[in-house]
Design a protein around this ligand. Structure first.
Ligand SMILES: Nc1ncnc2c1ncn2[C@@H]1O[C@H](COP(=O)(O)OP(=O)(O)OP(=O)(O)O)[C@@H](O)[C@H]1O
Length: 483
């Protein structure tokens, strides 16, 4: 039998280390939509709960989007097929393989190369010729996060700006203050050599004294504040806007009031203004919104590669209770060689309990849950990616979008369920699924309390896949599992 990798007592020094680790990890939640209360776990795993610890962590689209941006290092590889629907199907379809073909201003080309871009991404190959065409064309573009949409519309804005004219000429709407800042940073980097082109943020808290004339050419902001600056304070003359960008449309429509505010802004733009809308997903609601707000659009879609469970071997272990689940997890962990693992729990309370247990047993684990700020989450994911921790314990905040390639083992310490206590199939797929093309092999273990077995069987039927039972005491069987 392979020896367990953890064990031993947590002494006083260890307790102190754990407590200080937690005080670093668990901060008062200051999320994108306001301040939340504090929860500090005690060393014995009990909790001083003042907040919604028992609740599932809600996936916040805007926070996830920001997180993706913070942890992304480069373009997301994509073999996907690009679909183009032209406003005028008879006009020739251009695509470019180099940035030179776009005949950009010298200083802009310099900015692009200074960012390390050698050639257009898949979506940029098709989108840039349309976005830079004369006369300007409207565009709706959908492709997954990280495929180069932001860089594309920033390039369009910078190429249409006239540095000598000192008034707002390009307007970009983003769903949150933080996302607006991220886009602004791209404008600043790409426009580094575009002398006299400046960005201004129309976001809450950016107070402009009465009577100020806005001379910056590119405005990036959230719909509410932009509306206020345009109609109430008359700081922006919408009739002079040449490029209007609506970024992250899927996140935008998720926020109450933002669709209507965006439409009010769009209605006041001149007819010759170029209108561009971007979204990572394209459900019907996004599509309906896009069609309402972008007249006569060209449409570009990048087909997303489907997640599949085909290359994942799935197991389940029947357990009596939480302690039992933990023991089974220890046996599996001790029995197979594990690179890096992600363990999913349904509630923050369970995630904290498990983290404490594992740390007391001497493991390098980190905890990622919803009360952390996006920046703290980004730094935890980065440390995990760098291999500083082998195990990441998390709630649903980590199920989607966050791609940690080296993870080959996923543990569902709790099965994902929805509010009616039915299996949450999509979350199950996102937790353990891989894309067909890039899909390396993977292993998934489900820790199941007896009364939850019917849920697991439903999941098995739903995906028409085989989830094999594993006896956690049978170390010979466990040791045979390879990945
Ligand atoms: N042509 C390119 N060559 C190399 N890197 C690129 C290129 N275009 C964009 N990138 C880089 O790839 C990453 C993703 O690009 P970008 O942020 O534009 O994608 P996105 O589709 O807008 O993602 P999101 O929807 O999350 O904002 C960024 O780090 C960006 O600097």
């Amino acid at each position: 039998m392979a020896s367990l990798l953890w064990g031993g007592d947590a002494g006083a020094a260890e307790s102190e280390r754990l407590n200080s680790h937690f005080s670093n990890l668990v901060h008062p939640r200051k999320n994108l939509r306001g301040i939340r209360s504090t929860t500090v776990p005690n060393i014995d795993g009990s909790l001083n709960t003042e907040d919604d610890d028992d609740e599932d962590d809600v996936v916040d689209l805007a926070a996830n989007s920001l997180l993706n941006k913070l942890i992304r290092q480069s373009l997301v590889e994509s073999s996907h097929r690009v679909e183009v629907l032209q406003k005028d199907p008879s006009s020739p379809l251009y695509s470019v393989k180099t940035f030179e073909e776009l005949r950009l201003k010298e200083e802009l080309l310099k900015g692009i190369y200074a960012m390390g871009f050698n050639r257009p991404s898949k979506i940029q190959e098709m989108a840039l010729p349309m976005m830079l065409a004369h006369p300007p064309q409207n565009l709706i573009a959908q492709s997954q996060s990280g495929t180069g949409k932001t860089a594309a519309f920033v390039l369009a804005m910078l190429s249409r700006v006239n540095a000598l004219e000192l008034f707002p000429q390009c307007l970009c709407l983003a769903p949150t203050y933080e996302l607006a800042l991220q886009t602004g940073r791209v404008v600043e980097r790409m426009g580094k050599f575009c002398v006299d082109v400046e960005v201004m943020y129309a976001i809450r808290g950016n107070r402009i004294p009465r009577g100020t004339e806005v001379t910056k050419q590119i405005i990036i902001g959230t719909p509410g504040t932009v509306l206020d600056w345009c109609f109430k304070r008359k700081l922006i003359d919408l009739t002079k806007i040449r490029v209007f960008v609506l970024d992250e449309a899927d996140v935008m429509i998720d926020t109450q009031g933002f669709s209507d505010q965006s439409i009010r802004i769009q209605r006041a733009l001149p007819s010759e203004c170029q209108m561009l809308l971007f979204s990572a997903t394209f459900e019907d609601s996004v599509w309906q919104f896009a069609e309402r707000i972008i007249p006569d659009p060209n449409v570009i879609k990048l087909r997303k590669e489907e997640l599949t469970l085909n290359n994942i071997r799935q197991y389940y272990v029947l357990c009596e209770n939480r302690k039992d689940k933990y023991q089974a997890l220890c046996n599996i962990y001790g029995g197979i060689t594990i690179g890096q693992a992600i363990i999913f729990c349904q509630t923050r309370r369970n995630a904290k309990w498990l983290t404490v247990e594992m740390m007391q047993d001497g493991h390098q684990v980190s905890l990622l849950s919803g009360e952390l700020t996006v920046e703290q989450r980004a730094s935890i994911i980065q440390r995990f990616r760098d291999g500083k921790e082998k195990v990441l314990i998390t709630t649903n905040v980590c199920a989607r979008g966050i791609d940690v390639k080296q993870v080959t083992i996923v543990v569902n310490f709790d099965l994902p369920v929805n509010q009616s206590e039915e299996p949450d199939y999509e979350t199950y797929l996102h937790r353990i699924g891989r894309t067909g093309r890039f899909g390396k092999k993977g292993l998934a273990f489900n820790m199941i309390e007896v009364d939850k077995l019917p849920l697991l069987m439903k999941i098995q039927d739903h995906f028409n896949s085989n989830i094999k039972q594993l006896d956690p005491e049978d170390m010979d069987e466990i040791e045979k599992i390879e990945y």
